[in-house]
Design a binder for this molecule. Sequence first.
Ligand code: ZN
Length: 247
Amino acid sequence: MNDALDQWKREIERLSSGPVVIVPVETDAVRNVLNIPPVFAGRAVMVQLLSAEAFVSQLVRAHALNVNVDGPLGVFHFVILNRRRAADWEGMEDSLIAHEFGHIWLNVTGYRSLEAGTDARQACLATHASDVIQHILIREEAQRRGLDTMRFWLRVHTAALVNERTPAATTGRCEQWQAFAEWMDAMLGAPRWDLLDKYERSMTARYPALRALVTSTRDWLATIDLWDRSVYEHALHRLTSDMLTIR
Ligand SMILES: [Zn+2]
């Protein structure tokens, strides 16, 4: 972990009463088990998290997840790395971890993500609406700290475009909300990406119904200051209702 990242970690721990714990998880598809290191702070809490099927299926599809826990066993901020996809972030671990630290830092500084709840559809909407807004602040804050959260994003999305590994568009609402959030990341976070035009053409072809909302959301976000906490809260809720118009 580089110095800027280490400093960010210590700062989060000073602001919060719990440690930031990075947990690599190895998925063994053959035996259908998950392996985690034998000893680390909050292991019992992590075992509980990993016993929830919904959580594991989310992890399997992700490169990394962050979870903030404040329970009977204490306060923990976990960054969980999906080792099965480690080849994707080889040499860029700092970029991936900085992104997750960003989410945790926002959480402990009063820029909370929307409550996911227990309903799967609601959780999907809350996750992706929060991501659009939080990723803007994460990119800015990481940059201030000399960290680049987009390096890893660009590698993954460039590879997908170059290899034409973009999956066929699906009409499920959760997938569309996810596509919307990813498109916003590209537009706002990678304005100088040499494949941005190609990416946008591909997204427009796959998700024509999203195009108008992506553009109007970009224009609206450019006029507000998300670092103002009341503006931040309002933006989260407005974006959630806007995203509900996606069918
Ligand atoms: Zn994120």
